[in-house]
Structures are given as structure tokens and as C-alpha cells.
Design a protein around this ligand. Sequence first.
Ligand code: FNR
Length: 186
Amino acid sequence: MTKLVAISGSLRKASFNTALMRAAIAMAPDGVQIVEGTIRGIPLYDGDEEAASGVPEAAAILKDLVAAADGVMLFTPEYNNSIPGVFKNALDWMTRPASDISRVFSAKPFAITGASPGNFGTLLSQEAWLPVMRTLGTRPWFGSKLMVSKAGSVFDPDGKLVDEAIQKRLRTFVEGFVAFVQETKG
Ligand code: FNR
């Protein structure tokens, strides 16, 4: 069984990125389990809080999911042409203590996609993740790119992915990443 974790970088109930993530989870091929991780409940990083109480439970849960997974899929919104603070903050907590980085992230296959109502579909925020992932020693997958633009017309009001072309591209994306993870695992 190949185990992946998917994480949406939005807290919004009607988030396009969470909707995209759930559509991807539903497309998991046979023999692949995609678990939904959440950034909900992770407080702002505070070194004093870390010194007093360690990594908060919500961040520790997500960190453990990543450590146990064969690969990670990030569904990133874009704020001001970059990574939303809430998403980066969650990732920052997951890199604490720094002595755990190698166990949790080293050589871990990563894929990034995202959705936005605008024309560029999170292109810049996906790019902004790359130096972060490089710093953590992860193994990014560049096999296919998926930037979901004009997201308002791609999902229905219940968050169902209704655009057939994007459905097809998402399936290609998920299957391509799964193949990469399985090759990496050997
Ligand atoms: C945005 N949005 C946005 N979209 C984009 O394509 N490029 C951008 O630079 C920004 N900047 C930006 C800044 C801030 C502070 C907010 C709140 C929003 C719009 C954004 O893509 C939109 O709100 C999405 O719906 C957010 O993703 P979720 O929550 O739907 O997953």
C-alpha cells in the first residue's frame, strides 16, 4: 500500500484548494491511500511557546502524518503572489525541533498544485514553495503542472469538481505523482 498525505493551505469552509484536494483524494488509484491532513488548530509559531510546551498537538499530528507517508501533496492557495501565511506557519511548526527535519522531510516526494479564482491559478505561490522544499531536503516532483485558474467556474457551490478538463488533468497529476512515489520507494 502506498500512503500519501494531502494538505490544503486554506481554512475556508468553501476553499477551492480543499475542494481540489478532496477531488484528488477521491481519485486515489487502487493500492494507494491518500489521507487528508489539516492545518486547522495550528497556532502562530512562537519560540517561547515551543520552549515551554514543545510542538502543539495539531502540528505534531500533521508532522507525524508526513513522517509516516510515502509522499506529500500540497494544495496551495496564493496570497499576494506567494504562500499564505497560515500554510507556511503550519509547515514551520512541522520543522521543529530542527533535529526532526531529516526524519520527517528528507528525500520525501512532494507534489504541489493549487487553485485560485484568478487567471494564473497559483503559479507564483507554487513557485514560492520550491525554495522551502529544497531547504527541507525533500524531493519535488515536476512531472506535470496543474494550476487551476478561474476556480469559481471549475467547482460547483458544494465544492464538487465539475470541469471535465480539470478532472482529467487532476487524474493525470495524481497518477503521475503516485508513479514517482512508487519508483522512489522501489
Ligand atoms: C488573495 N487571492 C489571490 N489570488 C491570486 O491568484 N493571486 C494572489 O496574489 C492573491 N492574493 C490574495 C491575497 C489575500 C490576502 C487573499 C485573502 C486572497 C485570492 C485567492 O486566490 C482566493 O481568495 C482563493 O479563494 C483562496 O483560496 P481558497 O481559500 O479558496 O482555497
